[in-house]
Ligand binder design. Structure first.
Ligand SMILES: CC(=O)SCCNC(=O)CCNC(=O)[C@H](O)C(C)(C)COP(=O)(O)OP(=O)(O)OC[C@H]1O[C@@H](n2cnc3c(N)ncnc32)[C@H](O)[C@@H]1OP(=O)(O)O
Length: 406
C-alpha cells in the first residue's frame, strides 16, 4: 500500500491543494482567473496536507484564526477549521486521522484554546474531540398570513444599498454584532471577499438592505427572490430566501423582519441557519404562519485547552461541580476540574460527572443538558445531585448561535 506523509503546506503548493479539496467536495477546480482572485484569501499558513510518495497532495485540513464569543461575552482565539478533504482513492487509510492529530498538536502548541468547524457529516469529528455545540433551524414564513402585531419593528428605516456600498459598510456593521450571543464567530477580513464575490457582487440577484435605528446603521439582510409561480398556481409568488441576516438590537431585528414580510409578490420568506430560539412567531398575530423546516447541528466545537476555555466563560448561579475530563488526543487536558461561578481550578476531589472532551465541548456554549447526554452514556453521573447544578451552571438563556458559514 502506498505511503503518505503529513506536513504543513508550503508557499506555492496552495493551488494543487485547492484542486484536490474541490475534487473531494465534488466541486470544480478554480479557473486561473478565479484562482487569481481567491489566492490572497487562501494562504499556505494554517494548512496541513498529506502527500503521496511523489509529493502530490492527497488530503488537506485547513484553519483560519478567528475569535468566538463564549458565554459571558469573552472572545476566545479559535481555529475555524475548514477546507478538509481526502482524495477519493485515498480515503479510509487514516489520512484524516493523521491530519487532525497534527492540526490539534499545532493548535495546542500555539496556545489556541478552541477549534470549531461545520461538519459535512455528523459521524466524522466526534472521534477527534469535537461535539455539536450549536444548532440552527430553517424557517419558512407564509407571507399572506404573516401580519405583524401593532407597533412591531417601526423604530427605524430600511434601505437598499448598492453592491459597492455593501462591500464598504457591511463588514464594519457586522463587527457591532459580536458578543450578542455565545457561539458568535467574528468574521476575519479574509472571509469577506469570497462572500461578496459569490453573493453580493455576483449575478444571482442578491439584494442587500440595511436597517438604521436611532443610533445609525444597526442591522442588515442579504437575500434573493426565487420565482415559484406556475400556470397551475398563479397566486403563488416568489420565495424570498434569506442568505445573511444580523442585527445589533431586537428593534433592528424586528424592523428587518417587517421589511422582509412587506416585499410584494412573495408567498414565503425563508431562511436556513437561523438561531434556534429566533422568536419570529412572537412578532405575528398568527404564530402558525411560521413553519420550522429543519433543525440541524451547526457549529462543532473542540476545547483544545480545557482549563483556559473553562476559565474564560461565565456560569449560572449554582453551586460548583467537579468534572472529570478525558481527552485521548491532548492528554494535558485529562484531569478533574472544580467548576463554579467563583472560578475553575484543577482539583483532586471526587468527580461528580465524568465525560470525554467531545461531550464537554458540546455543552460548553450553553446548548444541551448533562442529564440528556448521560442517558446515552456520553456523560457518566457519579453524583446524581450534581446534574441539575451542572445544567444550571452551563446552560445559557439565549441559544448559542454561530451565524457564519466557513
Ligand atoms: C470541516 C470540513 O471541512 S467538513 C468537510 C469534510 N470533507 C468531506 O466531507 C469531503 C469528502 N470526504 C472526505 O474527504 C473523507 O472521506 C474524510 C475527510 C471525511 C475522511 O477522510 P479519511 O482519510 O477517509 O478518514 P480516516 O481514514 O482517517 O478515517 C478515520 C475514521 O473515521 C471514519 N470515517 C471517516 N469518514 C467517514 C465518513 N464520511 N462516514 C463514516 N465514517 C467515516 C473511518 O471509517 C475511520 O474509522 P475507524 O477509525 O473506526 O477506522
Amino acid at each position: 500500500m502506498s505511503e503518505f506523509s503529513v506536513r504543513a503546506v508550503a508557499e506555492g503548493e496552495q493551488r494543487a491543494c485547492l484542486d484536490l479539496l474541490s475534487e473531494s467536495l465534488h466541486g470544480k477546480a478554480p479557473t486561473d482567473e478565479a484562482w487569481a482572485k481567491m489566492a490572497p484569501s487562501w494562504p499556505a499558513a494554517g494548512k496541513f496536507a498529506a502527500f503521496d510518495e511523489h509529493g502530490t497532495p492527497v488530503g488537506i485540513a485547513s484553519s483560519i484564526d478567528v475569535e468566538l464569543t463564549v458565554p459571558g461575552g469573552q472572545k476566545l482565539a479559535t481555529a475555524a477549521v475548514d477546507g478538509v478533504g481526502v482524495r477519493a482513492d485515498w480515503t479510509r487509510r487514516g489520512i484524516l486521522t493523521a491530519m487532525m492529530a497534527v492540526q490539534l498538536e499545532d493548535l495546542a502548541a500555539r496556545g489556541v484554546p478552541l477549534a470549531a468547524l461545520h461538519a459535512s457529516e455528523a459521524v466524522i469529528y466526534g472521534r477527534f474531540g469535537y461535539g455539536a455545540a450549536t444548532f440552527c433551524k430553517g424557517v419558512s414564513v407564509e407571507r399572506p398570513r404573516a401580519r405583524l402585531r401593532d407597533g412591531v419593528g417601526r423604530d427605524g428605516v430600511v434601505r437598499f444599498v448598492t453592491p459597492a456600498e455593501a462591500v464598504e459598510r457591511v463588514p464594519a456593521l457586522y463587527n457591532r454584532f459580536e458578543g450578542t450571543r455565545p457561539g458568535f464567530v467574528a468574521r476575519p477580513v479574509n472571509w469577506w471577499p469570497g462572500f461578496f464575490d459569490r453573493v453580493v457582487t455576483g449575478t444571482d440577484g442578491y439584494r442587500v438592505a440595511i436597517h438604521s435605528g436611532p443610533d445609525g446603521d444597526d442591522g442588515f439582510v442579504v437575500y434573493q427572490t426565487i420565482d415559484a409561480r406556475d400556470r397551475q398556481a398563479p397566486e403563488r409568488g416568489a420565495i424570498l430566501d434569506i442568505r445573511d441576516f444580523h442585527a445589533a438590537t431586537p428593534q433592528a431585528w424586528a424592523g428587518l423582519w417587517r421589511f422582509l414580510l412587506s416585499v410584494d409578490l412573495v408567498s414565503a420568506v425563508a431562511g436556513r441557519g437561523r438561531p434556534l430560539d429566533e422568536p419570529i412567531a412572537e412578532l405575528l398575530t398568527d404564530p402558525r404562519a411560521v413553519n420550522t423546516t429543519e433543525v440541524i447541528d451547526d457549529l462543532w466545537l473542540r476545547l483544545i485547552d480545557v482549563p483556559a476555555a473553562l476559565r474564560a466563560r461565565a456560569y449560572g448561579a449554582a453551586g460548583p461541580v467537579v468534572l472529570e475530563v478525558l481527552d485521548q488526543q491532548l492528554p494535558d487536558n485529562n484531569g478533574r476540574y472544580v467548576v463554579g461561578p467563583d472560578g475553575v481550578e484543577r482539583t483532586t476531589a471526587e468527580a461528580d460527572l465524568r465525560l470525554d472532551v467531545a461531550t464537554l465541548s458540546s455543552l460548553y456554549l450553553g446548548h444541551g443538558l448533562f442529564g440528556d447526554l448521560a442517558l446515552s452514556g456520553r456523560a457518566e453521573v457519579l453524583n446524581e445531585s450534581a446534574v441539575a447544578r451542572a445544567d444550571a451552571l452551563f446552560h445559557t438563556a439565549r441559544s448559542p448561535w454561530c451565524g457564519t458559514f466557513f
